[in-house]
Design a protein around this ligand. Structure first.
Ligand SMILES: Cc1ncc(COP(=O)(O)O)c(C=O)c1O
Length: 318
């Protein structure tokens, strides 16, 4: 009798790659700006895509099949059919949640989803916003933490601010440095904290880095812990990190872009023990929750902060 596969996906053929990715693998890591991932030398460019079929005309046959059960890659968690159906609906209705007038139902849905996520964090209240990516959520959080430390920065700008230093682990996502660069904090003012052999931030090393910044006359303002690091999936010890933040009056942001969805698991939610003590959290339902890409939330414990510090000014036409 033929063996019955335990997982029906085991008996499925591997997804077909588009013709122009076959036989021409990307450069092997480490990639550098000099060795970027390139299409093959015989790739004729987008003008060749319409040649063979109606789907080709739409560019479909030149896409990697991400809905296939055996498609694995960073960022994608798989294809959820409810999510796909919901995306057809949202594309058809083309809503924008900037006013109740154009999107009454979607504004209420957004609010309900954010509140449910806040409940999972263990906060009594809070506010949130969906953003174009975990990187952007992290940048918003750095901005809020800075406002928290320098309340008049919105009006007076960087010229009035001291040298601010933020802390995160060696295993953090690259968006931390990007946020520091974009916001004028400077990448040299991101202090990286050593991790243990499983990739988790070592709290004692964090304490040392905070002391180092103080001795240098800089102003520590923010710690970013990671729940689910990009490469090894490590969860930083949030409770111990929160103690240090409390002692030094530092904003605690948790980048749970990857691992936040473990909060929905009775078995694994302990990995995020202490997340209720964070000031802000980035969480991407498009990762482990299988929402369609992109679905990223920034959640903030102080329910007034987003409106006060990150909004533009009131305007009469909205
Ligand atoms: C830990 C972590 N933070 C942030 C991000 C950035 O998320 P996005 O790709 O949605 O910008 C990622 C993406 O892989 C991540 O793994």
């Amino acid at each position: 009798m033929p063996a019955v596969p335990l997982d029906p996906r085991d008996s499925m053929p591997a997804p077909q790659q588009p013709h122009w990715t076959q036989g021409t693998p990307c450069q092997q890591p480490p990639w550098t700006p000099e060795t970027p991932c390139q299409p093959p030398s015989n790739f004729t460019g987008p003008q060749g895509l319409h040649a063979s079929s109606p789907t080709g005309h739409l560019g479909l046959h030149a896409s990697t099949p991400k809905g296939h059960p055996r498609f694995f890659n960073q960022l994608y968690a798989g294809m959820d059919h409810y999510s796909l159906a919901a995306r057809f609906i949202t594309e058809a209705l083309n809503p924008s949640v900037y006013t109740y007038e154009v999107s009454p139902a979607f504004i209420l849905i957004e609010e309900a989803v954010l509140m449910k996520m806040i409940e999972f964090l263990g906060w009594k209240e809070g506010d949130g916003i969906f953003s174009p990516g975990g990187s952007v959520s992290n940048m918003y959080a750095v901005n809020l933490a800075r406002y928290n430390h320098c309340p008049d920065i919105k009006e007076k700008g960087l010229s009035q601010a001291p040298r601010l230093v933020m802390f995160t682990s060696e295993e953090c996502h690259y968006s931390m440095k990007k946020a520091a660069a974009f916001l004028g904090i400077g990448t040299h003012n991101v202090y990286f904290v050593k991790t243990d052999d499983r990739g988790k931030m070592i709290p004692q090393e964090l304490e040392k880095q905070v002391e180092r910044a103080n001795e240098e006359g800089a102003v520590p303002f923010l710690v970013i812990a990671t729940s689910g690091t990009t490469v090894v999936g490590a969860f930083d010890p949030l409770d111990e990190i929160a103690d240090i933040c409390k002692k030094h009056n530092l904003w605690l942001h948790v980048d749970a872009s990857w691992g936040g969805s473990a909060l929905l698991s009775r078995k694994y939610r302990k990995l995020l023990h202490g997340i209720h003590r964070a000031n802000s959290v980035a969480w991407n339902p498009h990762k482990m929750l299988m929402a369609g890409i992109q679905c990223c939330a920034l959640l903030v414990k102080d329910k007034n902060m987003l409106m006060k510090y990150s909004s533009g000014y009131w305007t009469s036409f909205l």
